[in-house]
Design a protein around this ligand. Sequence first.
Ligand SMILES: Cc1cc2nc3c(=O)[nH]c(=O)nc-3n(C[C@H](O)[C@H](O)[C@H](O)COP(=O)(O)OP(=O)(O)OC[C@H]3O[C@@H](n4cnc5c(N)ncnc54)[C@H](O)[C@@H]3O)c2cc1C
Ligand code: FES
Length: 259
Amino acid sequence: MKEPKVLQVIENKPIAAGIYSLELYHHALCEEVLPGQFFHIKCGGDKFPLLRRPISLSYTKREKGAVVLIYRVQGQGTEFLSSRRPGDSLDVLGPLGSGFEVNRQYERVAIVGGGIGIAPLVELAGIYGDRAAVFAGYRDETFLLKELQERSADVRAATEDGSFGYGGFVTDLLLQYLKEQRTDMVFACGPKPMLKTVAKICRENSVGCQVSLEERMACGVGACLGCSCAVNERDGSLQYKRVCKDGPVFRAEEVCWDE
Ligand SMILES: Cc1cc2nc3c(=O)[nH]c(=O)nc-3n(C[C@H](O)[C@H](O)[C@H](O)COP(=O)(O)OP(=O)(O)OC[C@H]3O[C@@H](n4cnc5c(N)ncnc54)[C@H](O)[C@@H]3O)c2cc1C
Ligand code: FES
């Protein structure tokens, strides 16, 4: 059983409207954490909000012994996070969850993020480097493009309002790419309708796909079953898995998309 750690805030600054970059110092964590894993953070005083809030690793800064988390302010917990200042402490449990299955033999992968779902993919982009084509989809304002471009030479952006890059859905770019380029694996994180489309495109083009799912969480460590979701077993039966412990990353064909 993991014990919570007290981590020091190095930096916590806005990078786009309502989106913050939080840098936390912990040398050992930085070496241990895998892309796709998350931290369960206490976001308030002793009583409220009672439940920790899950935020994924975005990327590590190994030279500084720091982990960087990117989060969107949604409600009380993330509002509290945004008020933390350098030198403040945070009570953090993790890293938790299974993370993406990284195969260093892959010659070409596609990494697809939508909105705040781009954040958990930055470390993964660094692992595959120029073997990765990175697709970043935004509604309007872009963020994290510089961090992605530092890791991969092939970063393609889409905005729904057409203000930057391709005007339309990021999944259009992925579809075009998979038709032209042999790809060993697609990794995706973002809103469920986007993930569902990514899964369909991969299935139709016979490419493996891993998706990172979100569920409201309580304990975060597999004990309360509060984050259960139905998955398809290989024998066709349905089973419930815990997003926090068995995921948050699942093979796309496991996920019951219409649940
Ligand atoms: C494994 C995992 C990793 C995550 N990683 C990140 C990350 O890297 N960056 C980031 O910005 N967010 C991430 N999230 C989502 C983040 O945990 C929630 O936005 C946060 O818990 C909201 O807390 P709050 O107290 O600010 O808002 P609340 O007051 O709890 O909720 C505000 C609003 O957001 C909705 N909401 C809250 N949590 C979720 C959720 N998990 N899924 C869908 N809707 C939700 C609520 O329904 C409500 O409408 C992740 C979630 C999971 C499960
Ligand atoms: S949040 Fe308790 S089992 Fe996942």
